[in-house]
Design a protein around this ligand. Structure first.
Ligand code: TA6
Length: 278
């Protein structure tokens, strides 16, 4: 059932034997996911006012068809898909899992940003695990290149205690410097952290006081690890000054040398699976 938020944004609410979730049609953005009997797995700032036209500050914003700042002047950061209204194409229930598929029709105005004949959809599979697939199909006759990310915000209780693991063997660029080799498996936080990892293995874990959040990816060798820390928290919209203490972003991506190059007719699915590890 589609419901309307107080500020006018439409959303779909899911309540099954395995989980509860809420997904907004704007940006096909999930902002709530909680497995039955376990804590919520996504974080949203209490400062977000759910105004149309902004991505929600939390959950999983869909950054598409580019990640980060565009090389084109006046192009919005993280693409335009997260502020557009997606269509709910289907809802299916199979062996206790709920599958929802959203698609975005590129408007005439948005053809300025994206003059390609492609199809983009987001598939959610909701059970004990939250799985999100960002699916691109090249319907045109020319190769298309894009970058993208599922910009997931996680509740980690205390950034000073957080241990993020699974980074060994990768490399990262941070603040336009690098790439630096990641020589330890674990990452700890004591300053603004904004790392774009490549050559990154498929599984990372966030070790929090409430349990271990397991985040895995398919068809992606890159991810972004971000905590704004104190100063940037003051500059961010829809974010409380002390929010940096309780959140971290770990974003499944196809960026840098892991960008997406789709030949005519080719499809690709960027997948992330998020769950509490037993
Ligand atoms: O993913 C990290 C990042 O690129 C940060 O640099 C910060 O800008 C963050 O995304 C949030 O961006 P937003 O446009 O959602 O405020």
């Amino acid at each position: 059932t589609t419901k309307k938020h107080a500020n006018g944004l439409d959303y779909v609410e899911v309540s099954s034997a395995l989980c509860q979730a809420r997904i907004f049609l704007q940006g096909a953005q999930i902002d709530y996911f909680q497995p039955v009997g376990k804590p919520p797995l996504l974080w949203v700032s209490s400062a977000d006012d759910y105004q149309p036209g902004n991505g929600i500050r939390g959950g999983v914003p869909v950054c598409w068809p580019w990640f980060g700042v565009s090389s084109e002047p006046n192009f919005p950061q993280h693409g335009f898909a997260r502020t557009r209204i997606w269509s709910l194409e289907s809802v299916e229930m199979r062996d206790q899992l709920v599958h929802l598929r959203f698609s975005l029709k590129i408007s005439e105005q948005d053809k300025i940003y994206w003059p390609h004949n492609t199809q983009v959809s987001v598939l959610f599979t909701l059970g004990e695990t939250l799985s999100i697939s960002l699916i691109n199909t090249n319907l045109g006759d020319k190769t298309v290149t894009l970058t993208q990310a599922l910009h997931s915000y996680f509740p980690i209780e205390d950034i000073h205690q957080l241990k993020a693991s699974g980074f060994n063997g990768s490399k990262y660029i941070e603040f336009a410097e690098g790439p630096y080799p990641q020589t330890t498996d674990e990452v700890h936080f004591d300053r603004e952290t904004d790392r774009v990892y490549t050559d990154l293995g498929p599984v990372q874990r966030l070790h929090t006081p409430q349990g271990i959040i397991k985040v895995s990816r398919e068809n992606s060798r890159s991810a972004v690890l971000w905590n704004p820390w104190i100063d940037k928290s003051q500059r961010l919209g829809r974010f409380n000054p002390e929010d940096y203490l309780t959140m971290v972003c770990l974003e499944a991506a196809n960026v840098l040398e892991d960008k997406l190059v789709l030949a005519p007719g080719e499809s690709h699915s960027l997948v992330t699976h998020i769950c509490w590890q037993d």
